[in-house]
Design a protein around this ligand. Structure first.
Ligand code: SF4
Length: 429
C-alpha cells in the first residue's frame, strides 16, 4: 500500500504546479459541524471553545432553522485558565447535563478549538473518561476543528478519523464497499439504487445517517471516496486492510459515470450490465448540463484555495461545461485521493497548493476571470472590484454528487454569471 500512498502528482498532472505559504483566509474545521450534524442525525457536536467559536457556528448555521440544534459550545472562560482541573470539571458538568437532557443522542463529539486553554486540554483522554462514566448511554469521541490545525473541510476528515478505530473488523471471506465522505440523503438513495442495479451489495456510506451505522473494515473492504477531503480517513482505513478504488469524483455526467465504472470494474461487473445501468441517467445528466453549459462555455474561471473541491470542480467545468480554467488554488493537494482527477485536467492548467493571500488576489485582479470561486471572507472584496464570485462553501452544503444533480451543479456556476448579464442589461436600460 505504501507505494500507492507515495505516488507523485507529477506522474498524473504534467502541467505547472507550485506551492505557496503565507497568509490564509479559510474557515476553520468547526464549520464542518454544519453539514455533519445534518448528515448524522443522532449525533451531537459539543465545541469546547471560546465565544468566537460559538459565534462562528451560530452564524455559519444562521441560514437554517432548527427546532432543537444538535451542536453547542462549552465556553471555557477566563476563570478556567487558573487550573486545568476546573476545565475538566466544567466539561464533565456540561456533558452530564447534556446527556440527561437529550435522550435521542447516540454519539457525542467533543470538538477542539484554538484558544490556549483548550489546546492544553487533552480532549481524547477527556472523551475516554467521560465514555467510562456514561458507558451505556452514548458513545463519546473527540476531534479537532481548530483553525490552527484544520481548514473547514478538514473538520470532516478529523471527525471521521476519530471513529475509524471503532469500526468493527470485517470477517475474513466477506466483502463490502465503503463510500467515504458526507453525501446528502437523496444522493445516498440514488447511489444505492444504482448499486442495486449493478448487483453490488453490502454498500456502506460513512458517515451514515445514524451514528452507530459504522461499516466493518478489513481485507475484503473496497473503499471509494465521494468527497475529496477525507484523505486521513482513507489512510486509516487502508491501514485496516481496505483497498482504495481510484476514480474521479462523482461530479457531473462524466465524473459520475467514471466513478460507477471504476467501482464496477473493481467488482468485475459485466460491461454490458454497467452500460445498460448507467446509460439512461448518464444521458439525462448530459441533457441537464447542456442547458447550463451554453451560459458557461468560453468563460474563464479561477479557483482560490478553500474547500479541497477545487480540482474535481475544475475538471467538471472544463471537461463538461467548456470553461477555461485560469488557475486552481487548493489548500491541500492530496495526491492519493486526486489520482483519478489529475489526468483529466487540461494539461497546461496551473495548480497552486497552499495560500499566500495577497499574491493570490493580485493574480485574480490581473487575470480578471469571469468567475472566481473562493471563501466567503474574500468574495465581498472581489465583488466590490467588479469581479463575480461563487462561495465555495455552497458546493459543500449543496447536494451536487451523482447524475441527477449534474444540472444543478452546473447551474450553481451559471447563476452568478446570469446575474451579471442581467445587471449589465439593467445598467443600459
Ligand atoms: Fe476561531 Fe479557532 Fe474557534 Fe475556529 S476554532 S472559531 S479559528 S477560535
Amino acid at each position: 500500500m505504501s507505494s500507492v500512498i507515495a505516488s507523485t502528482v507529477a506522474e498524473h498532472h504534467p502541467g505547472p504546479q507550485t506551492q505557496e505559504r503565507g497568509q490564509r483566509a479559510v474557515f476553520c474545521g468547526l464549520t464542518s459541524i454544519i453539514w455533519l450534524h445534518r448528515r448524522i442525525q443522532d449525533a451531537f457536536f459539543l465545541v469546547v471553545g471560546s465565544r468566537t467559536c460559538a459565534h462562528l457556528i451560530q452564524s455559519a448555521a444562521g441560514v437554517m432553522i432548527f427546532a432543537e440544534p444538535r451542536f453547542a459550545t462549552a465556553i471555557l472562560g477566563e476563570r478556567d485558565l487558573a487550573g486545568m482541573a476546573d476545565c475538566h470539571e466544567e466539561l464533565d458538568r456540561v456533558v452530564s447535563e447534556l446527556i440527561s437532557r437529550r435522550s435521542g443522542i447516540n454519539r457525542l463529539f467533543l470538538v477542539g478549538s484554538c484558544p490556549s486553554e483548550v489546546i492544553k486540554l487533552d480532549l481524547e483522554t477527556a472523551a475516554a473518561k467521560l465514555q467510562a462514566k456514561h458507558e451505556n448511554k452514548v458513545r463519546i469521541s473527540a476531534f479537532s476543528g481548530s483553525g490552527i490545525e484544520t481548514t473547514f473541510t478538514q473538520g470532516e476528515d478529523q471527525c471521521l478519523k476519530s471513529t475509524a478505530a471503532e469500526l468493527p473488523a470485517l470477517p475474513s471471506g466477506e466483502a463490502n464497499l465503503v463510500v467515504l465522505g458526507t453525501v446528502s440523503d437523496i444522493v445516498e438513495d440514488q447511489f444505492r439504487r444504482i448499486f442495486d442495479d449493478l448487483g453490488i451489495s453490502n454498500v456502506h456510506f460513512y458517515p451514515g445517517r445514524k451514528a452507530d451505522d459504522l461499516p466493518a473494515v478489513g481485507k475484503g473492504t473496497r473503499l471509494v471516496a465521494a468527497q475529496p477531503f477525507v484523505g486521513e480517513t482513507v489512510r486509516a482505513l487502508i491501514e485496516r486492510g481496505a483497498d482504495i478504488i481510484t476514480a474521479p469524483f462523482p461530479l457531473g455526467a462524466e465524473g459520475s459515470k467514471s466513478w460507477f465504472e471504476a467501482i464496477s470494474k473493481a467488482y468485475g461487473v459485466d460491461d454490458a450490465r454497467v452500460q445498460q445501468t448507467l446509460e439512461l441517467p448518464y444521458q439525462r445528466a448530459k441533457r441537464a448540463i447542456e442547458t447550463q453549459a451554453a451560459k458557461l462555455k468560453g468563460k474563464r474561471i479561477h479557483f482560490l484555495p478553500d474547500s479541497q473541491l477545487e480540482i474535481p470542480m475544475a475538471r467538471f467545468l472544463s471537461e463538461e461545461c467548456g470553461l477555461t480554467i485560469n488557475e486552481i488554488g487548493t489548500p491541500f493537494h492530496d495526491q492519493l485521493v486526486m489520482r483519478g482527477e489529475l489526468a483529466r485536467l487540461p494539461p497546461d492548467v496551473c495548480i497552486v497548493e497552499g495560500q499566500d493571500l495577497d499574491p493570490a488576489l493580485n493574480r485574480v485582479r490581473e487575470a480578471r476571470p469571469d468567475l472566481t470561486v473562493c471563501g466567503m471572507g474574500i468574495a465581498n472584496a472581489l465583488e466590490s472590484e467588479g469581479l463575480r464570485t461563487k462561495w465555495s462553501i455552497e458546493l459543500v452544503f449543496s447536494p451536487v454528487q451523482g447524475f441527477d444533480q449534474a444540472g444543478d451543479l452546473a447551474s450553481l456556476f451559471a447563476k452568478p454569471l446570469i446575474r451579471e448579464s442581467i445587471l449589465e442589461v439593467g445598467s443600459w436600460s
